[in-house]
Design a protein around this ligand. Sequence first.
Ligand code: UTP
Length: 625
Amino acid sequence: MASALESTTHSLSKLGIDGGFANSATNLLKNLPLLSSEQIELAKMLMEMGQSHLFEQWAEPGVDVEEKKAFFDQVARLNSSYPGGLKSYIKTARELLADSKNGKNPFDGFTPSVPTGESLIFGDDTFINYEQAGVKEAKNAAFVLVAGGLGERLGYNGIKLALPAETTTGTCFLQHYIECILALQDASCQLTEGECKEIPFAIMTSDDTHSRTLELLESNSYFGMKPSQVKLLKQEKVACLDDNDARLALDPKNKYRIQTKPHGHGDVHSLLYSSGLLKTWHDTGVRWILFFQDTNALLFKGIPASLGVSATKQLHVNSLAVPRKAKEAIGGITKLTHADGRSVVINVEYNQLDPLLRATGHPDGDVNCETGYSPFPGNINQLILELGPYLEELKKTGGAIKEFVNPKYKDSTKTAFKSSTRLECMMQDYPKTLPPSARVGFTAMDTWLAYSPVKNNPEDAAKVPKGNPYHSATSGEMAIYRANSLILRKAGVQVGEPVQEVFNGQEVEVWPRITWKPKWGLIFSDIKKKVGKSCSVSQKSTLVIKGRKVFLEDLHLDGTLIVDAVDEAEVKVEGSVQNKGWTIEGVDYKDTSVLEEIRIRGFKIKKIEQLEKNFNEPGKFSLKP
Ligand code: UTP
């Protein structure tokens, strides 16, 4: 042991002094007896990788002992949670920082073209067939929700998953997602005549969201899902970098801690792989993994059809997409063909698409085509991967995703950063390493149906240029009412025209506040069976359907109606319901007397009068006001 320590001391001192870091090396050497043999190895690695500055301010032996140990605990964590360890992280960082400094174009040698995919029209026969195929296949699906983000743009104090998706019922995003998955599970079981399976659900959290996500689940009995069905995977942050040599940044508040920041949602691939979850799922017959994000309440309206497309076309990768306006701030799904013949279908970020097009023979860059939209479908970052090929690929890569770095330089010499940076990776970059033989496609559908995330705070949302989506709590909630109204219209219901209103400086369409539990209306063919042709719902109305077997026969609603029923109760709703209903009142986001989750949407619901009926027993019932 003594000789091992001596030789380490020798090699460390050599490294330090040769590197001109006599002071820091001496500091480390003096503290060496404090360290375990594993920690000494880590120290050696740090010195070898040019990180001696980390020890520059270390105190004399005997001082700050616990802090010094905690430093190495952190280094060990950073080392083990990154594929290839810290050495690999620093090496990659140096390469990417050099590329960034030299202004290297990541798409050099590639020519963009529009990939082939499936563009769906809500409610037509193709859509309905895909939905049915998707529901059938859902018994072989697993869902993965990435929810480790900071949510800095929204600035909400809680976790985004706990925010109400809409305030008519107050259902939060996580509850909505779980109810959608359970509804799919039940529907799939029924369609496949009792071949029933639980759909596994994994949530990626981070230190910023983990405990609050767990608490939200536990305090709500997992919203009806079995706790064993849900698996939380926590992503670790990565080390920050101070300069182009990838010197790790120390926490400004603690000289014994490396500063860390989130690595991005791309971590989900390595976590799923290293946790063994993918293998477990594979062994239990899971075939499709559906990745989704924290605040898109509309997503599940597009999931059954998209899964149907994956299954029918046997796609290894299927990206959900919406029509994209040229220059809109969402990435475009693009086929990139290299001069050497390689090709890949991948998301190209909006700020890279325009220069890429201009550099490859499209002098106008990112412009709309004759449809009025960009020919490149807009990526909404919801992916469906086929598990078999996915697992094979991850066996090769360990789940490592091509990273990028985005330093904010102090000046044009690009030698110093305004603040520390770090490597980042994105979930949608997974196909970058796939061979050309991989079947990679997309499924596009209308934005109103499938995409309305909540990302921006009221102030920033109000500054969004006219015509572009706000992506705020206000627009996210209104989009739910609009989608449900349009779906009922398509099913034959007369739904009142929306009115324009301004909340928190954002002009939005206010449709009747129609909501239903996913088990009532998971797919369009189900909804069509449950609504008669002669129903009407006026603009001022609120309709809440909570029962599975609620049938709207010839309902004329002008007010608020809430129908709740146990699964075994079949309820026919007929006749005219008229009352003062629930109104919408504006509130200001700066008014702190109002709850944060309410004021960030700029309105609250005033419950004046309603007809509310509960059916708690099995049987057949008629609701005739
Ligand atoms: P966003 O782009 O919305 O980022 O992430 P964000 O971190 O939540 O919000 P901002 O950028 O700070 O405002 C898209 C999805 O990816 C998840 C988020 O939770 C969200 O569901 N995400 C993001 C992670 O899981 N981990 C990360 O490191 C980053």
